[in-house]
Design a protein around this ligand. Structure first.
Ligand code: PHE
Length: 345
């Protein structure tokens, strides 16, 4: 090989090397090119291996060209490596980018059902007077739901409660929370101050103000010397706590087989303040509960001596109290589980 040929081959090698470097698209590809051109068995080494065949005076010249080719290729490799690294970094940043300006995903917060909220508020108010919460079963005996409450089988007063019976004779779905009175009297000794919230069931056509399933809160106080005035004072305090201080209240005569005397407890209409409106059927009053002095027969059925103890009891519909507090016009909303409704409380 002569000087001219070897020079030409060196510059051809440089050109091919530069093209290969430019064509490498990733760090591994670049590594392969480097080995192929500059490695120990690479093209440059092989070509310069033929230098021994040249005349001595040409060798330094060829050596210098060879060095320039290596330097040019090394410089191109370094530059290309930087480029590829930068591109890889850009791609990774783009892939892992987080847009911190995106609004967060909204958090759904649960809240208490308005009926639970109302039950708790009722329990809180009576709790201030020493009333303790008890619970009775939803499936009751005919005895506790009716007979022990002074309502014998076939008594016409049973018509006040349209009852859902079970397949098991003698068992029914409680129509009110009053059987809880019997449970408490049999469990606890006077003085008794019990509050019994619970779900009740009646065989009723469902409309805006009646459900076949609803909540009641029962109250029972039994002690020596308990009077109707105690009942009146307690219910006044309750009405004022729930519906605002100073709101007028009244007792009207009522009838329940398990209380004597029995009353209906009214508060001045919370919608029209007594002026008369469709909600209070233009009377200016709304009945919020039934109450009375516990009948001696009921005290005896609860295992207490009516000569020694007197008591009062009251029962209210949680749904009704909640309707008045929140200004809702359809109790079916309470059991339909529509979040648009429930989220307003
Ligand atoms: N249990 C009666 C009802 O469901 C309400 C009531 C309770 C009345 C306690 C008097 C005493 O209608």
């Amino acid at each position: 090989m002569d000087l001219e040929t070897i020079s030409a081959r060196l510059s051809a090698l440089q050109e091919a090397g530069l093209a290969a470097i430019a064509g490498a698209t990733d760090p591994e590809g670049l590594e392969t090119v480097q080995v192929a051109y500059l490695g120990r068995k690479g093209e440059l080494k092989t070509l310069l291996g033929g230098i021994g065949a040249l005349p001595a005076e040409d060798r330094p010249h060829v050596g210098a060209i060879g060095n320039r080719v290596r330097e040019a290729l090394e410089a191109a490799l370094d530059a290309r490596r930087l480029e590829l690294d930068a591109a890889a970094l850009d791609a990774r940043l783009a892939r892992e980018a987080v847009d911190v300006t995106l609004p967060g995903r909204p958090f759904r917060r649960g809240s208490l059902h308005p009926l639970i909220e109302t039950n708790r508020e009722i329990a809180r108010v009576f709790g201030q007077f020493g009333f303790v919460v008890y619970e009775g079963p939803e499936v009751e005996t005919d005895v506790r739901n009716f007979q022990a409450l002074n309502i014998p089988p076939d008594h016409p007063a049973r018509d006040l409660w349209d009852t859902l019976y079970t397949d098991m004779p003698g068992y029914l779905l409680r129509t009110h929370t009053s059987p809880g009175q019997i449970h408490v009297m049999q469990q606890a000794a006077p003085p008794i101050r019990a509050l019994l919230p619970g779900r009740c069931f009646r065989y009723e056509a469902v409309d805006a103000s009646h459900g076949f399933e609803f909540f009641q809160v029962e109250g029972l106080m039994v002690d020596e010397g308990t009077t109707m005035a105690d009942l009146r004072g307690l219910l006044d305090a309750f009405a004022h706590a729930m519906f605002g201080g100073g709101r007028p209240t009244r007792f009207r005569p009522g009838y329940y087989p398990f209380t004597e005397p029995s009353v209906a407890f009214d508060v001045q209409c919370v919608i029209c303040d007594g002026a008369g409106c469709p909600s209070c059927k233009r009377t200016g009053w709304m009945t919020i509960l039934g109450a009375g002095m516990v009948h001696p027969v009921v005290l005896r059925n609860g295992g207490l001596d009516p000569e020694r103890y007197q008591g009062f009891a009251f029962g209210m519909g949680t749904d009704r109290i909640a309707i008045l507090r929140y200004g809702i016009d359809d109790i079916r909303m309470f059991i339909e589980n529509d979040l648009r409704f429930l989220e307003q409380f």
